[in-house]
Design a protein around this ligand. Structure first.
Ligand code: NJP
Length: 257
């Protein structure tokens, strides 16, 4: 079984790569950080045997590059069984009219168009082979809005809509479609959002008990390993300290969990 994971260089995508390789999958590792991907490829091949992992340096916003990368995969890596559309990001935390054009474009390009480009490149082959599972990483922000996160939330609402629409489009086929929507998860996500401001990023996870990337990978694995007759349409997974309304418990009550 082969899984292609976007955003596999860090965070949730990297954790999915470790998890699925451990579960016997061969994993294609896609992201922009080529060196990091090659190190991960070597580590997984050392751990689980040669040909377990393949680094695929790729910017998901480049439609031509996505198409070519999938078309030119080595022959024994072409039959992708599970596509995990995980690459994504939020930029800045400001009212929507204060986001720069670059922030607007990047969030929409990576979070929405990147998902669509991968679907377009991978799903036809899955249909030909009569098997496949597309897992899109959404967010609690796909259900709720929070101050300063309007564009990010809009893109994650779109990911949920794309997931549900794709399931409809594939109705009656053997393919499965799932959204895994995590809540607060401690990764590089906030470092990226605040453009390297460690203090601001650290404050997001301070004095509370966020999910780990591995816990989100567990949720992905649950959906992927479900019997073929089962389609988990969406799995919304939050840390216990988080509740709807994007409320997060901090301090004493969050400790010791
Ligand atoms: O974030 P991070 P997460 N082309 O920053 C890649 C969602 N989520 O793991 O290209 C290709 O550690 C980037 O790789 P690189 C979130 O929206 C998270 O937390 O090398 N890849 C890196 O591997 C996202 O959809 C939280 O820089 C691109 C990866 O994306 C998913 O979880 C909460 C790329 C990001 O790793 C994974 O995020 C939530 C591009 N153009 C939803 N741009 C949370 N962490 O709290 C970025 O609700 N990447």
């Amino acid at each position: 079984m082969i899984s292609l994971i976007t955003g596999a260089s860090f965070g949730i995508g990297e954790a999915c790569a470790y998890r699925l390789a451990r579960d016997g999958y061969r994993v294609i590792l896609a992201a922009r950080s080529a060196e990091k991907l090659r190190r991960l490829e070597t580590e997984l091949n050392d751990q689980h045997g040669p040909d377990t992992a393949l680094a695929l340096p790729l910017d998901v916003v480049d439609a031509g590059a996505v198409h070519a990368a999938i078309r030119e995969l080595p022959p024994d890596w072409q039959h992708i069984d599970v596509l995990i559309n995980n690459a994504g990001l939020a930029l800045n935390l400001v009212p929507v009219y204060e986001n720069s054009v670059e922030e607007i474009d990047t969030m929409i390009d990576v979070n929405i168009k990147g998902v669509l480009y991968l679907i377009r490149a991978v799903v036809p082959g899955m249909l030909e082979r009569g098997r496949g599972h597309i897992v899109n990483i959404g967010s609690t922000a796909g259900h709720e809005l929070y101050p300063g996160g309007t564009i990010y939330s809009a893109t994650k609402h779109a990911v949920l809509a794309l997931t549900n629409g794709l399931k409809q489009d594939l109705h009656g086929t053997p393919l499965r479609v799932t959204a895994v929507s995590p809540g607060l998860t401690e990764t590089d996500f906030s470092r990226v959002r605040f453009k390297g401001d460690e203090a601001r990023a650290g404050a997001v996870y301070a004095d509370t008990h966020a999910l780990t990337a591995e816990e989100v990978a567990d949720a992905v694995a649950y959906c992927v390993h479900a019997p073929e007759s089962v389609n988990v349409q969406e799995l919304l997974v939050m840390p216990r300290v988080q509740s709807p309304g994007i409320r997060v418990v901090r301090g004493e009550a969050a400790r010791g969990l």
